[in-house]
Design a protein around this ligand. Structure first.
Ligand code: SAM
Length: 284
């Protein structure tokens, strides 16, 4: 143990596929700490073996984070230097660690990032989609209804939307993105980043979905999905125009045809217009 008053928690990023992406500071930090808290100790031991680091490891995962945090904080209060790592990329980004970071801060322990790889940033950087504003959502819910609802809440966001996705759910997820956000939006799929079979492609949502359904795109591996944010037509002013059109045409057409006509005229997803039609009819 170090003879410091209080220790420190280092949040250390590790590679997302390519070992050469480990940073010099990550190596130095993992060498100097007293203890490494790892999502999966067996997994991290392999990385440490490649780096010739023989460190003390304890597990910290979703199921033991609270009790483990308590012990780690006591150790840091006695001067221990602790590194937090996850299986890949940056801890706390769709990975355990948030609770430990927060409670360590609350206990007056300095928390210091040792930045490096993260799939979200790597995918954005090569996506070809606007990155001046983005919204990282992590994993969408597993259940279809909850997933659609989550997407619905994101429909008006004007920054690029970023999702982590498993190969198992890719097609269902793309189908929901197409239905809820519209097949016309541009999207990028970043697969197996930094690994041998890395691919990054960009196309309309409908075309990406067609390629997967037809088996033209590879479904194996790890994926980041990026979807262009709501278009300019989604601006408040334009949506007011949609509402004005609906008010004008309201009684002349059945709900479905009205939604289709206004959706085409204003290039706004039909589902969105249809919801407005139902709201309007409900008020009448
Ligand atoms: N903490 C990690 C980070 O900073 O990116 C993310 C961990 S999360 C449990 C794992 C998910 O991240 C995968 O299901 C996938 O969506 C994405 N991911 C991780 N590595 C990736 C890679 N090499 N290529 C594409 N996506 C990746």
């Amino acid at each position: 143990m170090h003879l410091m008053e209080t220790g420190c928690l280092f949040v250390v990023a590790t590679p997302i596929g390519n070992l050469a992406d480990i940073t010099q500071r990550a190596i130095e930090t993992l060498r100097k700490v007293d203890l490494i808290a790892a999502e999966d100790t067996r997994h991290s031991r392999k990385l440490l073996a490649c780096l010739a680091i023989n460190a003390r490891l304890v597990s910290l995962h979703d199921h033991n984070e609270r009790s483990r945090a308590k012990t780690l904080i006591e150790q840091m209060q006695h001067g221990a230097l602790v590194a937090l790592v996850s299986d890949a990329g940056t801890p706390t980004i769709s990975d355990p660690g948030y609770y430990l970071v927060r409670t360590a801060q609350d206990a007056g322990i300095p928390v210091s990032p040792v930045p490096g790889a993260s799939a979200v940033v790597a995918a954005l950087s090569a996506s070809g989609l606007p990155v001046n504003r983005f919204y990282f959502h992590g994993f969408l819910p597993d259940r279809a209804a909850a997933r659609r609802e989550a997407l619905q809440h994101l429909a008006d966001i004007r920054g690029t939307l970023v999702f982590y996705e498993s190969s198992r759910r890719m097609i269902a997820c793309l189908q929901d993105v197409s239905d809820v956000l519209g097949g016309e939006r541009e999207m990028a799929v970043a697969r197996e980043l930094t690994k041998v079979h890395e691919t990054v492609s960009r196309n309309r949502v409908s075309a990406v979905l067609d390629d997967y359904l037809a088996g033209r795109s590879e479904l194996r591996g790890e994926f980041v999905l990026l979807v262009a944010g709501a278009q300019e037509v989604d601006r408040d002013g334009d949506m007011r125009q949609v509402q004005m059109l609906l008010d004008e045409l309201g009684d002349s057409l059945p709900a479905g045809r009205l939604a289709s006509a206004v959706s085409r005229a204003m290039s706004v997803p039909r589902k969105r217009v249809y919801r407005m039609v139902l709201d309007m009819k409900g008020r009448q």
